[in-house]
Design a protein around this ligand. Structure first.
Ligand code: HEM
Length: 173
């Protein structure tokens, strides 16, 4: 039990370092896509505690995406994409970083492939017909993975709240 937080902190740091490396190799997103650790609220923001944009991107890439795709009910929704998986991860990481107090733009950033992160959740998820139950599961998996890497329960609740705020635009479109 005692060594658990230490191992978990290492996982987050490793994820953040990997994401930062990936972002810089890829040429990073444009300046306003700002792959920085800055935040609007010092270390008091949830985004800062998750490692800012690079930490969140690393967490999505290394933990959330594999866990979501391992779920037989979630995976089919990601079978036919119009955007690259990397672009989806970057745009979602920025959205979460922004909403959790970080410095990323809410939308409109240009990723290294030239994709511009879209603003309308309804348009992004149009035609997917994602039921409420699947949104619940998607958010629950994010929470499970966050718990696995040692994110505090109160921060997991904030992440869930941020995702939850988009439910209306995501479901049944
Ligand atoms: C719960 C809150 C959710 C948020 C905030 C969210 C947000 C996003 C964002 C930011 C993107 C990338 C947008 C862009 O390309 O500019 C995206 C793409 C996508 N999301 Fe979600 N999402 C949510 C839930 C879900 C769920 C539950 C599913 C399915 C199980 C899903 C399936 C997808 C798919 C398939 C794409 C790629 C669409 C494409 O390639 O055109 N999302 N989402």
């Amino acid at each position: 039990m005692l060594d658990r937080p230490i191992r978990e902190t290492r996982s987050i740091v490793a994820g953040a370092a990997l994401a930062a490396a990936l972002a810089s190799v890829a040429g990073a997103a444009t300046t306003n896509a700002a792959a920085t650790n800055d935040d609007r609220d010092g270390n008091r923001s949830v985004a800062a505690r998750l490692g800012g944009f690079p930490g969140i991107l690393g967490f999505l890439h290394n933990f959330v995406v594999p866990a979501e795709l391992a779920d037989p009910e979630i995976a089919p929704f990601f079978a036919r994409l119009t955007e690259t998986p990397g672009d989806i991860e970057i745009c979602l990481a920025m959205l979460l970083d922004h909403d959790l107090g970080g410095s990323s733009p809410h939308n409109g950033a240009i990723t290294p492939t030239g994709h511009q992160c879209r603003s309308s959740m309804s348009n992004i998820h149009r035609g997917l017909n994602i039921p409420d139950r699947i949104v619940d599961k998607f958010i629950a998996i994010v929470g499970e993975q966050a718990a696995l890497v040692g994110v505090a329960g109160s921060d997991i609740a904030e992440v869930a709240k941020a995702l939850e705020s988009y439910r209306g635009g995501v479901r049944n479109k």
